[in-house]
Design a binder for this molecule. Structure first.
Ligand code: FAD
Ligand code: DLZ
Ligand code: SF4
Length: 509
């Protein structure tokens, strides 16, 4: 039967309720899924991330077929594979001669830009449908942002609570407050019983993919095995249930904590499932609310978790589409240092950075505070070019797509947008890391020392960063106290800080 619509389903669109799939008709339309070199290498993604996506795509293909869809699935090692979305769509159009191409809008500006050229190139209508897996559409966010001087997440989040009715008590927030974050900053404790995320054994499809990724992308960063990610929605559901039962109750309390021997703490480790389409974000939040209503989790945990998804996740996506493509070039501090090699090798004496990079290499995962306050904080203090930092984060995490990674990295962690996302840079000395983790106990540096060869590098770098960027930051009211502290410091102390920082940065080069 001739194909009426050719429906392109991308690797992060593995959801049965995807707008392109609900618009299409299995009796007339053909689905196209392609594993392409260009997507795996435009940044050299972590091996585990490529394996996760290819395996999840292959499982989704199987499910679509069993539901009666006609699927054209092009494997990465297929002889005819031309290596990019554009060339593969063109090749399939040539062969199947559909009336039109349907695609749910891609998550990345880069890909959407490409898709927008297809109608002319192929001489065919190309329909780009809204991605309604997000709760806030791009236009809705743009309307919210219009005429606002400051785009603060907290106010956006309240709108999303009202819109979704999550944790609402009539028109009031459940528990009388919108935000319970003040209860969510407990430091780490080593005497807690900490669960681990649900882990799954690779099946035959995944084993094939692991072999393939090893052969083809063996020189990319990261360990391929042990591989324990869910690769189909039923498993991702199990991972969610496991989180609700074992970790959610303490998620809030220890959200900002870090422990040397606990990589996941009470985090859900489901962002890569949500972002690829294996879990629906609203369903996840409703499940968390149900756990709270049933008395299985406290309000500070449920609210803190739901805020991450309907607040931060939706908000950063809104910012991304509002500000792209210029956002990619932002560099408020004019930072120009290249990313230090230890971001790839973990060969550094800083125990906190070593732990975060080692874990990233082994798991393609680090939790939020490691990303923000360890690797992100260090890069900003050291003056690394934000675009280098962005490419690293995009490549190394299994959950990374530009729409979510870029605002988090460039905006939240590097302050490269000059304060669109946050009212002050997330800059911190070793004291913060020491308070929230047990890393410093086994570090060769001394977190209490302010300057000198043994001093924790975060200490002098913190002041060096503030002094280096004084003209851009002194006017920030949230930093007034910090600059006052600098002003009151003795000349000797100031010189010791700056000299230590200079020596450390010189050695970095
Ligand atoms: P949990 O701590 O259990 O949080 C629950 C869920 O909330 C997550 O699964 C995620 O879906 C959502 N969430 C939490 N924080 C954020 C946030 N700031 N932005 C968007 N969603 C959030 N998240 C990504 O999904 N992809 C990225 O590429 C990414 N890059 C980041 C880069 C930097 C520099 C920073 C500071 C943060 C980044 N984040 C990113 C946000 C956050 O670190 C991850 O979502 C989180 O660590 C994923 O682990 P988890 O599933 O255990 O999350
Ligand atoms: C990240 C990724 C990788 C590594 N490979 C593929 C692929 O081969 N085929 C595919 O459809 N998608 C892949 N992806 C996800 C895409 O990069 C993602 O869909 C776009 O960036 C749009 O968000
Ligand atoms: Fe990190 Fe400094 Fe602590 Fe070492 S002493 S772990 S470098 S914060």
């Amino acid at each position: 039967m001739p194909t009426r619509n050719l429906v392109l389903v991308l690797g992060d669109q593995l959801s049965p309720r995807l707008s392109s799939l609900t618009t299409a008709d299995p009796s007339h339309d053909t689905i196209l899924m392609v594993e392409v070199e260009e997507e795996a290498t435009y940044v050299r993604h972590h091996k585990k991330k490529i394996a996760f996506l290819f395996s999840a795509m292959r499982h989704f293909d199987k499910k679509l077929r069993s539901n009666g869809w006609n699927v054209e699935y092009v494997r990465i090692n297929s002889r005819d594979n031309t290596g990019s979305f554009t060339s593969e769509v063109a090749r399939t159009v040539e062969r199947l001669k559909p009336d039109r191409v349907l695609v749910t809008e891609p998550g990345e500006w880069r890909v959407l830009n490409e898709v927008n050229t297809w109608s002319d190139r192929l001489d065919l209508p190309v329909d780009v449908l809204e991605d309604d897996r997000f709760l806030c559409s791009r236009t809705e966010f743009a309307d919210w942002a219009m005429d606002r001087k400051q785009l603060r997440m907290e106010y956006f989040y309240r709108e999303m609570r009202r819109k979704t009715s999550l944790l609402m008590d009539g028109d009031k927030p459940e528990g009388g407050r919108w935000n319970f974050d003040s209860e969510n900053r407990k430091p780490s404790r080593t005497d807690l019983l900490i669960p681990s995320p649900a882990m799954f054994k690779p099946d035959a499809i995944t084993k094939d993919v692991l072999k393939l990724v090893d052969e083809r992308f063996g020189d990319h960063f990261g360990d391929l095995t042990p591989f324990w990610f869910a690769v189909k929605s039923e498993q991702a559901d199990q991972a969610l249930v496991h989180f609700l039962e074992t970790a959610l109750p303490l998620f809030g309390d220890y959200q900002d904590a870090m422990l040397k021997n606990e990589r996941f703490l009470y985090h859900s480790v489901i962002s890569h499932y949500i972002n690829a389409g294996l879990l629906d974000p609203l369903y996840v939040c409703q499940s968390v609310e149900a756990a709270y209503r049933a008395g299985r989790a406290p309000l500070n945990a449920a609210e803190g978790f739901i805020r991450q998804i309907i607040g931060w996740r939706e908000y950063v996506r809104g910012i991304y589409w509002l500000k792209m493509p210029d956002y990619l070039r932002e560099n408020f501090f004019e930072a120009e240092r290249s990313l230090p090699t230890f971001y790839w090798t973990a060969k550094t004496e800083m125990a906190c950075v070593r732990a975060a990079v080692t874990q990233t290499k082994e798991e393609a995962y680090a939790h939020h505070i490691q990303r923000l306050m360890v690797t992100g904080n260090f890069a900003m203090l050291a003056g690394v070019r934000p675009q280098d930092v962005h490419e690293w984060y995009l490549a190394v995490y299994a959950d990374a797509y530009e729409w979510v990674e870029l605002p988090n990295t460039l905006g939240m962690s590097q302050f490269a947008d000059g304060g669109l996302l946050g009212s002050k840079p997330y800059a911190a000395s070793g004291n913060y890391i020491n308070k929230m983790s047990d890393y410093c106990k086994s570090c060769r540096y001394d977190v209490k020392k302010k300057a000198g060869d043994d001093a924790c590098p975060f200490n002098p770098l913190y002041w060096d960063f503030l002094v280096r960027n004084e003209n851009k930051l002194r006017g920030n009211p949230r930093l007034a106290q910090v600059y006052r502290a600098w002003d009151h410091m003795s000349q000797d102390r100031k010189a010791a800080y700056l000299e230590s920082a200079g020596r450390f940065l010189g050695d970095l080069d």
